[in-house]
Each structure stands twice: as C-alpha cells, then as structure tokens.
Write a protein that binds this ligand. Structure first.
Ligand SMILES: Cc1cc2nc3c(=O)[nH]c(=O)nc-3n(C[C@H](O)[C@H](O)[C@H](O)COP(=O)(O)OP(=O)(O)OC[C@H]3O[C@@H](n4cnc5c(N)ncnc54)[C@H](O)[C@@H]3O)c2cc1C
Length: 616
C-alpha cells in the first residue's frame, strides 16, 4: 500500500516536501489513532477551522510580549467570546475540547482551567445529587467561577497537617470556616487570584472538638455581582510564576466565615443536622477527583511531548549544519545519529505515554462508575497507585522530552518564538501540582510493599500482553519484580532489627521510589504493546510496531544495571538490544516528519515559528 502524507501542500519548503514524499503510511489514519478516532479527528479539524474564522478568538499580538495582567485580560476576553459561541462549537469529547482550548488559549491556559479541571469534577464526584442540582448548572454556565483550594502556605504534600478548620455549629446548622495562622493561608489555587467567586475548600472538619481530618466544602469567596471579597474572606493573587502566567494562582484566608452545613460535599462523607458524622466504607472514595485529574494530566503531558517533538523534528529536517562527507554539502541535522538519539526514543515515549493515558483513563472511568453504583471500592487503591505512578513518571518524561527537543533545535530552540520555552515552563508545573512527583512514587511504593509477597510469588504484575513483544515485557516484569523484592527485603531487614515501619521505609526511600518507577514503566510498556496490537491499518501498525520496538529496547537499555544483575541477561544480549535501538532509528528516519505531522496539531495551535507545517 502506498503511503500518503496529507499535510503536504504546494509551495511548502522543499526540504519538508522531500521528507513527506517518503511517507509509507496514511497520516490521516495515524492522526485518527492518536486523536481518539476518525470522528474525533474530524470534529477537531472542523472546530479548528471554525476558530480560525472567528477573529475575536485570536490573539491581537503575541502573548509572549504581553504583561501578566494583559495575558489574563486577553484570556478572559477570549473566554467571554468562547462562551458566546460555545453552543455552536462545543465538542462532547474532552480530547477535542483540549485541542480547541489549546488552539484558542495556547498552553499557558486560561483562568477558568481549574474551574473545569478540578472545581466541576469535584462537585460531580463528591457532592450528593441535591447539591449537584444546586451548584452544577451555575458552574457549567460560569455564573459562578470555581477554584480548588487545598494547599496551604505551610503544607502542600502533608495534607494531614493543613490548619484551616471548618467547625460545626449545631445551634445555627452552619460550619465556621477559619484560618488560624498565616501558614494556614491557602496558597497556589489556580483561578483564585482574581477570578474565582467560589472554591472547593479542603479544611479540617471539627465536630464537638473532634478533628475528623480534611474534608471538602463548597465556599463562596467573592460577591458574584461586584466580584469583591465577601466579609470575612481575604483573597488575592500570588504574583508571577515560572510559567502559566495566564493563570491567576491565589491565596485565601477566612476569619470565622460561616457557611451552611449542607455546603460540605456529602456524597461520601456526611454530617447530620444533629452533628453526627458518617464516613464511607472505603476512605479512598474521596480520591475520585484526584484519579480523574491525574489521568487527564498524563494525557495532557503526552500532548506537550507531541508539540515539542513536532517542532524539533520538523526543524531538524530543514536545518542543515556540518558535513559528513567533506565537500558533499551540509546535511540535515536529523540525519545525525546523535540527533535521532535525542528525538526518536522520545517520540516512542510520547506514544507510550499516550497509550498509558488512554488505558488509565479507561480503567478510571470503569472503576469510578463501578464505585458510584455501589461496586467494590478495593479497585480504588489499585487505581490510586496506578495514577500516582503514571503522573509521576510521565510528567518527568515530558520535562526530559521537551528539554531534549529544545536542545535539538540549538540556539533557536531557546527563543520564545520556538514556543519550546513556554511548553517547558508550563509542562514542568505538573511535576509538582496534583501530588509532588517523588511523594507520589513513595505512595506507589507503599502500595507495592503491601503486595510484595504476590510479586515474589511470580504472580503477573500487569495483565499479560500477548504477541511477539511478550518476551520483552517479561524483562520489564523481571526488573519491576526485582526492584520490588529488593525494597521489600530492605524493609523487612529494618523491621527485623526492631526499626518501626515508618523509619524503616524512610531509610530506603530511594530504593522504594525506584521500585515504584520500575513498576510504572512496566505498565507503560505493556499499555503501549497492547495499544499497538489494536491498530487495524497495516502500514500504521508497522509504524506503531517500530516505535514499540524502539521503546522496549531503549528503556531496557536504560535499565542496564537491573537486567545485568544476577546474570539475568548477558552483556551480549544487552549490547544487541542497544544495537537494535540504532536499527530502529534507520526504520523510523524516513517517516520521522510524517509521524510528527500525524500529531495533527495545526500551526495556530502549535504557535511555533520553528515548527510551522510549511517551514517557509
Ligand atoms: C503551577 C502550580 C499550580 C498549583 N495549583 C494548585 C491548586 O489549584 N490548588 C491547590 O490546592 N494547590 C495547587 N498547587 C500547590 C501544589 O499542589 C503543591 O505545591 C504541592 O502539593 C507540593 O506542596 P508544597 O509546595 O508545599 O511542597 P512540599 O510539600 O513542602 O514539598 C517540597 C519538597 O519536599 C520533598 N518532600 C515533601 N514531602 C516529602 C515526603 N513525605 N517524602 C519525601 N520528600 C518529601 C519533595 O521533594 C518536595 O518537592 C499548585 C502548585 C503549582 C506549582
């Protein structure tokens, strides 16, 4: 079957055209695979065209050169227009929506991002039916604007030590919300700096002097008409940040501020009129928003990798620098093996991350639906560990990918005009928010230690992928099993010496985090193999297979210490795997531009002078 690159147009830079003419597959078919199917892709393109026609949704000048306030105002201006036309163009699929939002706002986001990513989903997952009726419609129509206020100045990771309180006053049927110290100020919530009228507040629930720990409350903070802070509320902006400066991250404090009892989110946890507290059977049911959000973050990070790689690969195909054969003319930098080493394994990692994102989203949807309908809540612990591991590994990989892409573009990659600095500074925020990466890996490790016995008994750690890649997945499984077993042995040794559980774990935290990483990498590799097997078109399937092969060989090569240990693999085998990486480069090279073209990110959305489709 003849390949076809559908991005090729007359008048494009001939260097790119010659690359595109080498394409061995149909870029539209790969684009559909990467963008949620044929229908989604068509919808995405249709909406992008629609946005292209509506000049009010464009930036009057490049946001790079705007002040922070101008950026926020510009984003709000576009948001207002978007709300006016949203019924004409709104997609139902969130992947399409993400692409639309990225087209309109770029990746620096917009002040309502947390409203849709955290505020609304928390109400959907944690408010009871009556509460949803009260709040969801207003939230959906942005009559109220929400933020998610959990982190405090003094405590982000250690949620158990937050200081904000919500004390039940049985005489008035109200909670009294209070910020007792400066360190108890909520700090960081996105959208809270200037925009939010309401927040989901995470505060310690206190009844009759007993602290029941952090719970979620729906709290108004600004007047919806005047937008002024309500009496008893201190709220404002925390200033500019490394990136995402279209966002207004804020601070928030309360002085004995009263809210009705029914403003506590009561799908799972309840406080009755008499002040009787009821907790759900499984404490992790309250994690549902986190699960949902982390799975979205993984998906977004894969998209950031795609953007960076699209820019770097296209640029590398037109940039000529240096000669291999003296006098034969300068070569495209993409022809250097080192450049391929810098970019191709990351293309494979981006595909693998997307496959893992799709899988965890699917599992999360199934799990949450099941729990909502009264099903087994045990699955939440598995999903929690999975989402923590993936969020941590994929955000770290994305940061590495974008930085490699930037360096692959030389000095021009450092220019704001490449958009790579913006992509990087936005993407790396996710290494910290929604659970700091190291802390998340340690949570995965705790979960793994509980199941370490099963791992030692050779029970499969993930569902078995069938097919020709099964032996390679076994290597990943071996590494994960070994890492888990080592961490477990260290833990057991400490416990045998009389060290308490917490200190025993803390003394070996690095090995714990490595076990968690290895386990997550196994999940990612296995998800990628399964994803490739689901591709129907033979030419596109071949591209997937080549990237899977590269991914498996490259990742295992990175785990050399683990695979060589105890003679599991010989150094010859390892060398062969590393050689296979270069063999993969040769297979992938002719299609490199066509693969990144298939990410199907139009120029308006990519915002990169270096990565333009036509490379003028
Ligand atoms: C861009 C951005 C947006 C944000 N948006 C929001 C938002 O909308 N709402 C909200 O509530 N919060 C938000 N946050 C806050 C974010 O959730 C916290 O920054 C995060 O949870 C980390 O908490 P911390 O900053 O207090 O760091 P700390 O908890 O103080 O951690 C600092 C470092 O110490 C180490 N560390 C901490 N605890 C441990 C441990 N137990 N074991 C080992 N090492 C440890 C880690 O390496 C960590 O990096 C946002 C943050 C950023 C950067």
């Amino acid at each position: 079957m003849l390949g076809r690159n559908r991005q090729m147009r007359p008048g494009d830079n001939p260097e790119l055209t010659s690359e595109r003419l080498k394409c061995t597959f149909d870029t539209d078919i790969l684009a559909a695979e990467l963008n949620g199917g044929v229908e989604n892709l068509a919808k995405m393109r249709e909406i992008q065209q629609e946005v292209g026609k509506r000049t009010e949704l464009w930036d009057a000048s490049s946001p790079t050169h705007m002040s922070r306030i101008q950026k926020i105002e510009n984003a709000c201006r576009k948001l207002q227009h978007l709300f006016e036309v949203v019924s004409d163009i709104a997609p139902s699929d969130f992947k399409v929506m993400f692409s639309v939002l990225r087209t309109i706002f770029g990746i620096e986001g917009f002040p309502l991002a947390l409203h849709s990513l955290m505020f609304v989903p928390t109400i959907q997952n944690q408010a009871d039916d009556e509460q949803q009726e009260w709040w969801l419609m207003d939230a959906a129509q942005a009559r109220i604007i929400g933020a998610y206020a959990q982190s405090e100045l003094g405590h982000g990771t250690n949620l158990n030590h937050i200081e904000t309180t919500a004390t039940f006053d049985v005489t008035q049927d109200e909670f009294v919300v209070h910020t007792p110290t400066t360190t108890a100020l909520k700090w960081w919530p996105g959208g809270m700096g200037v925009c939010a009228t309401h927040v989901i507040l995470v505060a310690n629930l206190v009844i009759d002097g007993k602290n029941h720990g952090p719970h979620s409350f729906f709290v108004p903070v600004r007047d919806v008409d005047t937008h002024q802070p309500l009496p008893g509320v201190r709220v404002g902006d925390i200033g500019s940040k490394m990136g995402m400066n279209c966002f207004d991250n804020g601070y928030l404090g309360f002085d004995q501020f009263r809210i009705p009892r029914r403003n506590m989110l009561m799908r799972h946890y309840k406080v009755s009129r008499e002040g009787v507290y009821t907790a759900p059977s499984h404490p992790k049911v309250g994690y549902s928003t986190m699960l949902y959000v982390r799975s979205e973050i993984v998906f977004h990070q894969a998209q950031f990798m795609f953007m960076a790689l699209m820019i770097a690969v296209r640029y590398s195909a037109i940039r000529r620098q240096g000669e291999i054969t003296p006098g034969a003319g300068e070569v495209r930098i993409l022809d250097y093996q080192t450049q391929q080493f810098r970019l191709f394994p990351y293309i494979a990692r981006a595909f693998a991350s997307l496959a893992a994102a799709e899988k965890v989203q699917h599992l999360t949807e199934l799990g949450l639906r099941n729990v909502k309908n009264g099903g087994n809540t045990e699955v939440l612990a598995d999903l929690h560990a999975l989402s923590c591991g993936l969020k941590s590994v994929v955000t770290h990989t994305a940061a590495e990918t974008i930085e490699q892409a930037r360096m692959a573009c030389g000095g021009h990659g450092y220019s704001d005009a490449s958009y790579l600095p913006t992509i990087y500074t936005c993407a790396v925020g996710a290494c910290t928010y929604e659970g700091e990466n190291i802390v998340l890996l340690l949570q995965v490790a705790k979960y793994l230690m509980k199941g370490a016995k099963a791992a030692a008994e050779n029970r499969p750690l993930v569902g078995k992928p069938l097919g020709k890649h099964a032996p390679m997945i076994k290597h990943f499984e071996h590494v994960a099993r070994k890492r888990i077993a080592l961490a477990y042995e260290l833990l057991k040794g400490e416990l045998a010496r009389g060290v308490d559980k917490e200190h025993a774990f803390a003394r070996h935290a690095v090995d714990m985090s490595k076990a968690a990483r290895a386990h997550t990498k196994l999940f990612i590799a296995s998800a990628f193999v399964c994803r490739a097997e689901a591709v129907a078109d033979p030419a596109v399937r071949l591209v997937f297979d080549q990237l899977v092969e590269l991914h498996l060989n490259y990742e295992l090569g990175e785990m050399a210490e683990d695979v060589l240990q105890d003679g599991y693999m010989s150094s010859d085998e390892l060398r062969r795997m590393r050689q296979n990486v270069y063999v993969s480069f040769e297979k992938i090279r002719p299609n490199a531009v066509s693969i990144v073209d298939s990410f199907d990110i139009p120029d308006r959305e990519l915002r990169s002078v270096l990565g333009r489709r036509d490379a003028p």
